[in-house]
Write a new protein. Structure first.
Length: 312
């Protein structure tokens, strides 16, 4: 990472910050674990969320939440929370309370005169010590809303790269219905998945004064999990390396070879427990959904259709 310039802006070097995002249940975590094996990137082991979720930095910079409300949620919910399954989550896993409080002491008085610079520095002070401790120049963050809030994150970090992880919508749906917060059927799960892809598309295609500012291919890359774990895996793996402008590495290659398999990714899990009629119903809903996404011009429609047609 570059040294902070005298104007107080904290900017990672080009390519050193990678945001992975998606709909949820789409492979964001396994991709982050894959990149964490590379000597360039340290993976943030949790979804830190404060920079992209509701009442986070996008809402703060957009005037939809006050500074006090943002700081309150950061000190409480994003510092330590307990999931419905009883598992604790939060930034407390990543740094000491003293480090956390020091970062907020820098942030609060700096926000009013320089909102973007203050948010940028807060992100770096909270998360970049992970890369420093591992002796790596780069960082990978995997909160699911990263791509949805890409326009705000690009404003904070112009040199950042975004990886949109997508997965066969039937498998994503079958995974999400197992969650207490998810839909109660695979058909509803496919609709849930498609709605989130549309919300991501709206975020990627930001507008200002009526002009669209979509991310270009040098900034946004779509990874179909199905291609990485099944089919022409080597080609998909190579495209990811090319986008990130990194060479293959032995530790990353080992993880790819041993941990990213059809069984590990639960490919075609949507078929489990369904009879022939129910399978045909899911199949029709999925095909109609892909066609609708393509008509909408959604940036993931073609990669998903290609994977569907290749893999059957």
């Amino acid at each position: 990472m570059t040294e902070p310039p005298s104007d107080g802006e904290w900017l990672p070097a080009a390519g050193d910050l990678v945001f992975i995002g998606g709909t949820g249940r789409s492979g964001t975590h396994v991709l982050a674990r894959l990149l964490d094996r590379h000597p360039r990137f340290a993976g943030v082991p949790i979804e830190s969320r404060f920079h992209c979720n509701k009442r986070g930095m996008p809402d703060l910079l957009g005037g939809r939440v006050t500074l006090a409300a943002f700081v309150e949620k950061l000190r409480d919910f994003w510092w330590h929370r307990v999931r419905v399954d009883g598992q604790p989550r939060g930034l407390y896993n990543l740094l000491t309370r003293g480090q956390f409080d020091a970062a907020l002491e820098h942030f609060e008085p700096a926000y009013s005169p320089d909102p973007v610079g203050a948010c940028r520095r807060l992100f770096v002070e909270l998360l970049w010590p992970l890369a420093t401790e591992e002796g790596k120049p780069g960082l990978v963050e995997m909160s699911s809303h990263n791509v949805r809030e890409a326009q705000t994150l690009r404003r904070l970090f112009p040199e950042a790269r975004f990886v949109h992880a997508v997965r066969d919508g039937r498998d994503a749906a079958s995974s999400v219905v197992t969650k207490t917060w998810g839909p109660d059927s695979i058909l509803k799960g496919i609709d849930w998945w498609a709605d989130r892809l549309r919300a991501i598309e709206a975020g990627v295609r930001g507008e200002e004064d009526g002009a669209a500012y979509a991310l270009g291919p040098e900034q946004l890359f779509v990874v179909a999990l199905d291609d990485l774990v099944w089919g022409d895996r080597e080609a998909a793996y190579g495209r990811l390396l090319d986008f990130l402008e990194v060479d293959d590495d032995a530790a990353m290659r080992e993880f790819f070879d041993l941990q990213m398999s059809p069984a590990a990714a639960h490919v075609a899990r949507w078929r489990e427990g369904l009879g022939p009629v129910a399978r045909r119903r899911v199949q029709r809903r999925y095909e109609h959904t892909l066609a609708a996404l393509e008509r909408d011009g959604n940036h993931v429609a073609r990669p998903l259709l290609d994977a569907y047609e290749r893999l059957g």
